[in-house]
Design a protein around this ligand. Structure first.
Ligand SMILES: Nc1nc2c(c(=O)[nH]1)N[C@H]1C(S)=C(S)[C@@H](COP(=O)(O)O)O[C@H]1N2
Ligand SMILES: [Mo]
Length: 333
């Protein structure tokens, strides 16, 4: 998967700034007060956001739809130190905007995220197209701090904002014949410079089994660090599936389709021998070209920083292992 895990990549990050946790939590307290007093969802901020640059320092604006407390979903909170906002918004994979980690922040400025809608279709009783404004209000938003482990061997800890995808799927009433969910993402060659390139087949398509999609940890996310998602992180709405390799977390979603057969995902199409449909984080199953036993946490990449051991299901084993009982995880990787 376009691997560029060279030392060069890591060395330029040595000087990266770390957002002090206290600062972040102070901001959240402030937002809590704002949220308590505000009836709306801060839609003005969405409109204003497009006017700003996306170069890491410019922020997309507040997302005033936070809950009073953290997540109610088991496993959605971790005590681990947060990755800095700066790192999380400038070291990205979003191949529609380029293959370098810095490309998505650099090249996504022209991408339009408003107006936006997501159609939910296929094997459902109530197919429907949701305007972003309606999606935002569909369910109470929670803050969930998840680890995200990229298949390339790095990880981050990010406080996402959103609600379980299950809340949306329940509204459209899946039919008994639905077994999988396909996620189709934006592919606008006018504003996404690598759409049309041979890097992948476009649009970027991912998929989950229906029970995985309905699992409470599977998050439909609109924001991070108390703010609207930056474009490079998948604005205006993306998935976060924390027990799977990062590429399963599709960004800038436009269509969700329930199907009977396993969706043909972009990575399975481009390199089936390297990427399986399941792609659960698994330190015991090597990628054909490298080990998955350990990872580097972004922001801890000093010369003497130790690698961390990668955890089974990225540390979410207690919550998700049951879904794979009896499956040979070496075969269904
Ligand atoms: N549409 C789309 N979604 C995508 C990708 C992509 O190239 N296109 N890259 C994936 C990969 S490989 C990873 S690791 C995560 C990275 O998410 P982040 O940049 O918010 O950390 O997004 C995933 N979602
Ligand atoms: Mo990734």
């Amino acid at each position: 998967m376009l691997i560029r895990n060279t030392d060069r990549d890591w060395n330029h990050r040595l000087g990266s700034e770390i957002t002090p946790a206290a600062l972040y939590h102070g901001r959240r307290d402030w937002m809590r007060q704002v949220a308590a007093g505000a009836a709306g969802l801060g839609l003005a901020a969405w409109a204003a956001r497009d006017a700003r640059a996306q170069m890491g320092t410019a922020r997309p604006g507040k997302l005033s739809a936070l809950p009073a407390v953290g997540s109610k979903v088991a496993g959605a909170v971790t005590m681990e130190k947060l990755t800095s906002y700066q790192d999380a918004s400038t070291y990205n994979n979003f191949f529609e905007f380029g293959t370098d980690k810095a490309d998505p922040a650099r090249n996504s400025g022209r991408f339009q995220t408003s107006p936006w809608s997501v159609s939910v279709e296929g094997l459902v009783k109530q197919p429907r197209t949701f305007a972003l404004e309606d999606l935002l209000k569909l369910s109470a938003q929670e803050e969930r701090t998840y680890r995200l482990r990229c298949v390339e061997g790095w990880s981050m800890v990010i406080p996402w904002i959103g609600y379980s995808l299950a809340e949306l799927l329940k509204r459209v009433e899946p039919l008994g014949s639905a077994k999988f969910v396909e996620f189709v993402t934006a592919a606008d060659s006018k504003t996404m410079p690598f759409v049309g390139s041979g890097v992948l087949e476009w649009p970027y398509v991912e998929g989950l089994r229906l029970d995985e999609a309905m699992h409470p940890l599977t998050l439909l996310s609109f924001g991070m660090y108390g703010e609207i998602l930056p474009k490079q992180n998948g604005a205006p709405v993306r998935l976060v599936v924390p027990w799977k390799y990062g590429f399963k977390s599709s960004k800038s979603l436009v269509k969700i389709r329930l199907t009977e057969t396993e969706p043909r995902t972009a990575w399975v199409k481009s390199a089936p021998q390297e990427y399986g449909f399941y792609s659960n984080v698994n330190p015991q199953v090597d990628h054909p070209r490298w080990s998955q036993a350990s990872e580097r946490r972004i922001g801890e990449d000093g010369l003497f920083a130790k690698k961390r051991k990668t955890l089974m299901f990225n540390g979410y084993e207690a919550q998700v292992a049951q879904m794979y009982a009896g499956m040979d995880l070496k075969k269904f990787y």
